[in-house]
Write a protein that binds this ligand. Structure first.
Ligand SMILES: Nc1ncnc2c1ncn2[C@@H]1O[C@H](COP(=O)(O)OP(=O)(O)OP(=O)(O)O)[C@@H](O)[C@H]1O
Ligand SMILES: [Mg+2]
Length: 233
């Protein structure tokens, strides 16, 4: 039975989880009285060992799964991005793929503008009619990002988005997401899972997921300094 409480989220942080519990049907406990909140737009990172529950947490935040108990509120519209963009790009060209995500209420002019704006934001403004199979891995990941933007999402849940990218593509995806979180109007909130400790320096705050819990959020540098000596052991 789903005992998660539903109450008005007015006055709450952007994302709030309190005493959240979740287990898979086989009994595997993934969240165990997990509490954390995010109050401001920004680039927030989560690190944790394999199997610690990061991807499951994102499915809960995205509404694909429900808590079994505890409290969850989210004021933002989420969009999930995976490690491999081939898992979420469905159409033959950049334009047709972005078309899929657009709200149905838009007229033709608004659709065109929305696609152009999103491609500009991910630095792919001249690639509207490019076949998707001709894009590099980094460009595909940026197109997936553009898809999230055209859908109107303002919470990006990025599940190791740079794991398959080389350092220069990794850098450009990091910079674009960081820029989106710092826009003067309507900045987005990004939650970014990483196993690459060097990415923590780009974050506005970073936390460890362990034993079914997240947090506390520290500065990226603080968490880097804490974890670096353990890496490679
Ligand atoms: N659909 C599922 N059914 C049952 N158990 C699952 C399912 N998905 C994940 N799990 C289990 O939940 C636990 C957490 O998995 P999850 O994928 O969330 O971890 P993760 O931190 O994202 O790991 P990684 O760093 O390897 O991506 C694991 O024990 C996993 O086997
Ligand atoms: Mg995972």
């Amino acid at each position: 039975m789903n005992q998660a409480k539903k109450v008005s989220n007015q006055g709450l942080p952007l994302i709030s989880l309190r005493n959240a519990c979740f287990s898979w049907p086989n009994g595997k406990r993934v969240l165990d009285k997990c509490s954390f909140s995010i109050s401001n737009a920004g680039l927030w990172m989560i690190v944790g060992i394999n199997g610690s529950g990061k991807s499951t947490l994102f499915k809960l935040l995205n509404g694909m799964l429900k808590l079994e108990s505890g409290f969850f509120s989210c004021k933002l519209k989420p969009s999930l991005m995976f490690q491999n963009p081939d898992h979420q790009l469905l159409m033959p060209s950049c334009r047709s793929d972005l078309m899929l995500n657009l709200p149905r209420s838009l007229n033709n002019y608004e659709r065109h503008r929305s696609i152009q704006k999103a491609l500009y934001q991910v630095r792919m403004q001249d690639m509207e009619s490019r076949p998707i199979h001709t894009l590099s891995g980094g460009q595909k990941q940026r197109l997936a990002l553009a898809g999230a933007l055209t859908s109107g999402a303002n919470l990006l849940l990025l599940d190791e988005p740079t794991a398959l990218l080389d350092p220069s593509c990794q850098q450009s995806v990091l910079e674009i997401v960081q820029q989106l979180t710092r826009k003067p109007s309507n900045p987005i909130t990004a939650l970014w899972i990483t196993h690459r400790l060097e990415e923590l320096q780009y974050s506005d705050g970073a936390a460890i997921m362990d034993s079914g819990r997240v947090g506390p959020f520290l500065s990226g540098k603080e968490l880097f300094d804490q974890l670096k000596p353990l890496a490679g052991r």
